[in-house]
Design a protein around this ligand. Structure first.
Ligand SMILES: Nc1nc2c(ncn2[C@@H]2O[C@H](COP(=O)(O)OP(=O)(O)OP(=O)(O)O)[C@@H](O)[C@H]2O)c(=O)[nH]1
Ligand SMILES: [Mg+2]
Length: 457
């Protein structure tokens, strides 16, 4: 049981209209009552549960720190399942800091990162998938990723995992009965039930695992590298996709020196676009580093947009780039089709067949790029509303382990192994699933997960 009271500034440490300080724990109400006076400069005896109270907080010398709105939320129906106080004070970080400092002079300590959510978890308010959803919501870079995390927070993933766990418990009970009362001779029935159930559970788990790649894309965006020799129009393309003049564009080859990275959502497709320095051999130290940086990003990219210049002959640099990305998902773009065509791809038939003609200058052909991405990444179109999507690597790995356990179960059934083996693997599967929702999770893992939070959450 946790007894100490924690406090933190829950809003971001920047300039904002208001800031919120949160206190959670047994001392929360007492502290709030002690530091607060109402608009008539009077102490109040108590706060009504879930009402806003307008008043003033002064320091221990009676010097006013700020006008505030305080709300008191009585346990257990709160996020942390403890008494919670929230103090809204004015923005600019100074008042919030002063109020927090004052609170910390009481029997109360600063909350660690994610500690409010950790308490919600430890006190049974939410399970681990929901706690992870909270951090994902905070960090969501795309609207879709936010939607997925909200569905996890609602507990949809946990419900499905819990159903699987209950299923295994039933199966294990079935096996136990069979061991305890062998005279019933239900051996055959049990084994066929184990097989049938394992196949069905395996299917469900594998479906979830398959969604993980989509989940990753929604979470992080499709990591899209724009690659090409200098001056082909990479930065122009980047700016067009972002709909803003983010990257410098000039007619001088070698304009972009560093990689430039931005997030954008194009027709619901989340992209993490990276513009790069034009690839060429160069003696310029800065440009050389830029080129190396661009090349270093090829490996980790989900998608590469190769830009070729329609108005120039194919050069060694182009050919080198084409070779470099052979094993990747690539969209080939022929830019500057508004100019007289000099590019000849007849030696590269497979690329010629796939190439998309565009002119960034004239705004032509660009919708074909989004169509191509759509086809490449979202063939079996995912329905965010109705499909559960895994967007967390920890959960994915545990699901893979659980699937492997079930495969072991099925292989034991096939090979007529003793029921003991089946039991071991079913239990292991149950444990792996349990870890996803945080049943019997080690303290280290809990700390690790909550450490990713920000203070005050
Ligand atoms: N005619 C024509 N010019 C274009 C087109 N797209 C870009 N340009 C011009 O091509 C020149 C180079 O464009 P950038 O976008 O800077 O090219 P880049 O590939 O980023 O070049 P580096 O950063 O030097 O590697 C600029 O003068 C652009 O205005 C196009 O579709 N048609
Ligand atoms: Mg550029």
């Amino acid at each position: 049981m946790i007894h100490d009271t924690i406090a933190a500034i829950a809003t971001a440490l920047g300039n904002s209209g208001i800031n919120i300080i949160r206190i959670s724990g047994d001392e929360a109400l007492k502290i709030a009552l002690d530091i607060f006076v109402n608009k008539n400069n009077e102490k109040v005896k108590s706060f009504k549960d879930r009402f806003l109270n307008y008043g003033i907080i002064a320091d221990r010398d009676g010097k006013i720190i700020d006008e505030v709105l305080i709300s008191y939320m009585q346990k257990p129906g709160t996020f942390t399942r403890e008494d919670v106080i929230e103090i809204n004070c004015h923005g600019g970080i100074l008042s919030a800091k002063k109020i927090l400092d004052l609170i910390l002079t009481y029997n109360c300590r600063t909350a660690e990162r994610g500690e409010f959510t950790k308490r919600a978890f430890l006190n049974g308010r939410i399970d681990l998938t929901q706690a992870e959803a909270v951090i994902d919501i905070i960090n969501a870079k795309t609207g879709s990723s936010h939607e997925i995390s909200v569905s996890h927070l609602e507990g949809r993933l946990s419900n499905q995992i819990n159903e699987l766990i209950e299923n295994i418990i039933l199966l294990l009970a079935n096996i136990e009965v069979n061991i305890d009362f062998p005279e019933y001779d239900e051996d055959v029935v049990t084994i066929s039930k184990v097989k049938e159930e394992s196949i069905s559970m395996l299917e469900k788990i594998e479906t979830l695992i398959r969604t993980a790649d989509t989940g990753k894309i929604y979470k992080e965006g499709i990591k899209t590298l724009i690659l090409g020799k200098p001056n082909v129009g990479k930065s122009s393309l980047m700016n067009f996709l972002l709909n803003e003049n983010r990257a410098i564009v000039t007619e001088i080859p070698g304009t972009t020196r560093d990689t430039i990275e931005e997030y954008v959502n194009i027709n619901g497709i989340p992209l993490n676009i990276i513009d790069t320095a034009g690839i060429r051999k160069t003696d310029d130290t800065v440009e050389k580093i830029g080129v190396e940086k661009a090349l270093a990003k090829v490996d980790e990219a989900d998608l590469i947009m190769i830009v070729l210049d329609a108005s120039k002959k194919l050069e060694d640099e182009d050919i080198e780039i084409l070779k470099l990305v052979e094993s990747k998902k690539v969209i080939y773009l022929k830019n500057k089709t508004d100019l007289e065509e000099k590019l000849d791809l007849s030696d590269y038939k497979n690329i010629e067949d796939k190439i998309i003609n565009i002119s960034v200058l004239k705004n032509e052909g660009l919708e074909k790029i989004t169509n191509a991405i759509q086809n490449m990444f979202f063939e079996g179109k995912i329905d965010l509303e109705n499909d559960l999507i895994i967007n967390n690597a920890r959960q994915k790995n545990l699901l893979i382990n659980a699937a492997n356990n079930l495969k072991e179960v099925l292989s034991s059934v096939e090979n007529g192994m003793s029921v003991d083996f089946i039991e071991i693997d079913l239990k292991a599967c149950m444990e792996n699933l349990g870890l996803i929702v945080g049943k019997a999770v080690s303290d280290d893992l809990i700390d690790k997960i909550f450490n990713d939070f920000c203070i005050g959450k």
